[in-house]
Ligand binder design. Structure first.
Ligand code: ADP
Length: 201
């Protein structure tokens, strides 16, 4: 099974691209959804997080209080590193477990931090969705109601556009319409099916 890692900066269009692949019948395993799933009550991740951060990170219903946790790690790099050391391996394991269950010729792993976390080397191909920063800011502001300054700050905290592009095997330029985006995805879909047919593993 061919594994494609889909990534891109905030607001580049990862979700839009993922939707196009889904519509073509290709499973998309999304790191953000898996990250929410692994911290469900009763699963080992939440216990580990509670051990590290105390019951202050639990909401009254026993679920993870994400807002509280975000507040803690925002100002404490060690806390952030500890949290990631707990979560990242669990997210990774779960994503590969889900991927290996699929019966399609290829699957998409949607991982915003694919390059930052070095997972670009574990997938067969890296697909980067790319937009110029101005358009990225406009789309983030329209989607999330941020100011252009806030959007620029988030973008500046992410890996640079160039470094992400350097890791890419395939690039989708998402500067056009949704229909143009769909066409690019269909083109890649044919390419991935072709590659998968030569990749018996
Ligand atoms: P990401 O998942 O990378 O953060 P999204 O797929 O959510 O990005 O796209 C960011 C915003 O831009 C969304 O509101 C989305 O609807 C919009 N968008 C994405 N691609 C296009 C496009 N080709 N044309 C117009 N708007 C787009």
């Amino acid at each position: 099974m061919l594994i494609i890692g889909l990534t891109g900066g905030i607001g580049s269009g990862k979700s839009a691209v993922a939707r196009c692949f889904s519509e073509l019948g290709i499973p998309v395993i999304d790191a953000d959804s898996v990250a929410r799933e692994v911290v469900e009550p009763g699963l080992p991740a939440l216990k580990e997080i509670e051990k590290r951060f105390g019951t202050q990170i639990l909401a009254t219903d026993g679920r993870l209080d994400r807002k509280q946790l975000r507040k803690i790690i925002f100002s404490d790099p060690q806390a952030k590193a500890d949290l990631e050391a707990i979560l990242h391996p669990m997210i990774r394991t779960r994503m590969w477990e889900l991927a290996n269950r699929q019966t399609t010729p290829y699957v998409i792993l949607e991982i915003p931090l694919l390059v930052e976390t070095g997972q670009n080397t574990s997938v067969d191909r890296v697909l980067v969705v790319d937009v110029p920063q101005q358009l990225q800011i406009e789309r983030v502001c329209a989607r999330d109601g941020m100011s252009p300054q806030e959007a620029a700050t988030v973008i500046a905290a992410q890996i640079s556009r160039q470094r992400r592009l350097d890791a890419a095997d395939d690039i989708i330029e998402n500067t056009g319409t949704f229909s143009e985006l769909q066409t690019q995805v269909e083109h890649l879909h044919r390419k991935y099916l072709e590659l998968a047919s030569h990749n018996p593993a």
